[in-house]
Design a protein around this ligand. Structure first.
Ligand code: SAM
Length: 278
């Protein structure tokens, strides 16, 4: 059964269930079903696909994902008030939607999913980055991640070296996934409007990381380098405990370079040489 079009307008859902937006839960709702449809389409053809959605709220993006044919949608929502309206969505779409009341930071995706899934979410801004880092570490569970962030964070994911946005998130994401900017969304599209512009980004996990490296070591080297991003690497990497200059030279990197000048490949090389020097 697929009676999505019989559901009441989202504004009516919000009013009848008293879903006053809670700032602490990062609640900025999208009520325009054309827009939620556009976001869901970024994931590709969803016909027969399994999807995980974080923070369905009143269910705008949820409806779009189901309308586009997802055969199984697991939605994780922390706000109890959303359970009843989401149960209506589940009924309308013949039970293809399962809603769990939980904190997305705590769930074990591997226990919930019976096979590879797409993640599609308008993320609560306060937990968006930790969630992405968690998913990068479990990337083998996911076919793709279509995620909305505040634009400033989204830009870090796809940033190129030598730009202000380039940093830890750029390197980890691009090393493990193909990343692409999709489109910006104005604050006006949300109820209530947030203070900042949002952006949808798509990440497709790679079968193998782009270059050989150990995740923990790479994270440590990158965090140390960007911890003092304006310093030359021979100084900023001193706290790694090895002779930073020697490691840099062995990796073919000028010790006077700064963190934001290094490509993902150079960071991987540096991290492998540092690991082997331990
Ligand atoms: N998907 C809806 C939309 O696009 O209109 C709502 C998006 S709103 C930006 C974020 C949603 O995530 C809210 O419904 C909020 O209650 C929920 N949320 C916030 N923190 C959460 C958490 N830690 N775990 C699960 N859901 C959370």
């Amino acid at each position: 059964m697929d009676n999505g079009s019989m559901l009441p307008p989202l504004r009516e859902v919000i009013n009848s269930y008293g879903l006053r937006a809670e700032k602490s839960l990062g609640q900025n709702f999208l009520l325009d079903l054309n827009l939620t449809g556009r976001i869901a389409r970024c994931a590709g053809n969803l016909e027969g696909e399994r999807v995980l959605e974080i923070g369905p709220g009143p269910g705008g993006l949820t409806r779009a994902i189901l309308s586009q044919g997802a055969s199984e949608l697991i939605a994780i929502e922390k706000d109890t008030r959303c359970q009843a309206p989401l149960a209506e969505v589940s009924d309308a779409f013949g039970g293809r939607l399962r809603v769990l009341e939980a904190d997305a930071l705590d769930i074990r995706e591997e226990d919930l999913l019976s096979g590879k899934a797409h993640i599609i979410a308008n993320l609560p801004y306060n937990v968006a980055t930790p969630l992405l880092i968690k998913w990068l570490k479990k990337r083998h569970l996911f076919k793709s991640m279509t995620l909305m962030f505040q634009k400033e964070v989204a830009e870090r994911i796809t940033a190129e070296p030598r730009t202000k946005a380039y940093g830890r998130l750029s390197i980890l994401c691009q090393w493990l996934c193909e990343t692409s900017k999709q489109f910006d969304i104005s604050p006006k599209a949300f109820t209530p409007p947030p203070k900042v512009v949002s952006q949808v980004v798509k990440l497709v996990p790679r079968d193998e990381p782009l270059y050989p490296a150990d995740l923990e070591t790479l994270e440590k080297v990158v965090a140390t380098a960007f911890g003092q991003r304006r310093k030359m690497l021979r100084a900023s990497l001193k706290s790694l405990g090895k002779n930073a200059e020697d490691i840099l030279v062995e990796a073919g990197i000028k010790p006077t370079s700064r963190a934001e000048e290094l490509s993902v490949e150079e960071f991987c090389r540096l991290s492998e040489i540092y690991r082997n020097a331990q």
